[in-house]
Design a protein around this ligand. Structure first.
Ligand SMILES: NC(=O)c1ccc[n+]([C@@H]2O[C@H](COP(=O)([O-])OP(=O)(O)OC[C@H]3O[C@@H](n4cnc5c(N)ncnc54)[C@H](OP(=O)(O)O)[C@@H]3O)[C@@H](O)[C@H]2O)c1
Length: 325
């Protein structure tokens, strides 16, 4: 990958020197720039950032790396990464830079440094750091105001999935910059473009994380219940994979169609029916002295809706859960 020709670079030859014929003994100034160029830079080499850099290197991409604590770059240097002394240098030697630190305020601070050093304008920044929807929108505006292109991203898996079996990596922001770098970014995992609003990856990420936490907690609560009666967590796991997961998948797909249609009268199972089953379940756990906070939360959620919406399907809980904007 080559840096856009419009991008100013301290290593660029002046028009005068660019016209000077190169000699076999003296490297042409542009040769130096080519030697310095990498395909991609990764800034922030914690668990996730290091995994991103390893995935690029494994796919044969020349990769510049930078980390606040330089020692973390050593293992990547041994894999062939080019270690940059500061964030600005890393951004300068690559046409696209991925930033993966803990928070957006840290991203902003290191991009401010790069901007002060003249490295930001003309570059493309992909912010893989997790944050809020508002932070992503603010960051895009701030980066664009400094003449750089911006994509936001978020990763919904562990570092060992990067470049291996990660399902998808979402990107949102400028379509042109996504199209230009989509092949390179696919080194991390299948790349999906989610439109111009840079907030979308963080919104999807927060939604997936919340679903993951609650669903996993509900699984372990149910496994503890089964275990209390002598059915092992393993037996529950295998049975749930055959029965509970497909049941839930069908129910949420049907529920989303109901949300889209605005009609929750499908006649499959009413909120009353779900609530009655959940109460029996909850009370059985209380009788054997087992805490069941997930189930109790479900009962607390549904109970106030029974009076007016008790005959509707489960997806009718969606509307009262929405924040009014
Ligand atoms: N790990 C995961 O499973 C996972 C999964 C999905 C998403 N993510 C996201 O990926 C991002 C990074 O997570 P991680 O797991 O790689 O975290 P981590 O292992 O704790 O690494 C944090 C990184 O941020 C850098 N950093 C912290 N403060 C900084 C500052 N003020 N200036 C410059 N750099 C700073 C650290 O540099 P030093 O080495 O100098 O401390 C380090 O490179 C987070 O937004 C996280 O939510 C992580």
């Amino acid at each position: 990958m080559r840096r856009p020709t419009s991008r100013p670079s301290p290593t660029s030859a002046s028009p005068e020197t660019a016209r000077r014929p190169s000699s076999p003994n003296r490297p042409h100034p542009n040769d130096r720039r080519r030697r310095l160029m990498t395909d991609v830079a990764v800034l922030g080499l914690g668990n996730m950032g290091a995994a991103l850099a390893r995935a690029f290197l494994a796919k044969g991409h020349a990769t510049a790396v930078w980390n606040r604590t330089p020692a973390k770059a050593q293992a990547l240097a041994e894999l062939g990464a080019r270690v940059s002394p500061d964030a600005a240098s890393a951004i300068r030697v690559a046409p696209i830079s991925l930033v993966c630190v803990e928070r957006y305020d840290q991203v902003r601070a290191l991009l401010e440094e790069a901007d002060a050093a003249g490295a930001l304008a003309g570059s493309a920044i992909v912010n893989v750091t997790w944050g809020s929807p508002e932070e992503a929108r603010d960051m895009e505006t701030w980066v664009a105001d400094r003449g750089a292109q911006y994509l936001d991203s978020d990763i919904y898996d562990y570092p060992d999935a990067i470049g291996n079996d990660i399902p998808v990596v979402p990107y949102a922001g400028g379509r042109a910059v996504y199209d230009r770098f989509a092949d390179l970014l696919s080194a991390l995992g299948p790349a999906h473009y989610h439109g111009p609003d840079p907030a979308v990856p963080n919104i999807l990420g927060s939604a997936v994380a919340a679903y993951h936490h609650v669903a996993a907690a509900a699984f372990f609560e149910a496994a503890a219940y089964a275990d209390g009666y002598g059915v092992s967590p393993r037996e529950f796991l295998e049975f749930n994979a055959l029965v509970g997961q497909p049941l839930t998948e069908r129910a949420v797909r049907r529920g989303v169609a109901e949300i889209e249609d605005g009609d929750f009268r499908a006649g499959q199972a009413s909120l009353h029916a779900h609530y009655d089953a959940a109460i029996v379940n909850r009370d059985d756990r209380r009788r054997i002295g087992q805490p069941a906070p997930m189930l109790a939360a479900f009962c607390d959620l549904v109970e106030p809706l029974l009076a007016n919406q008790g005959d509707l399907e489960l997806a009718a809980i969606f509307q009262p859960l929405r924040a009014e904007r």
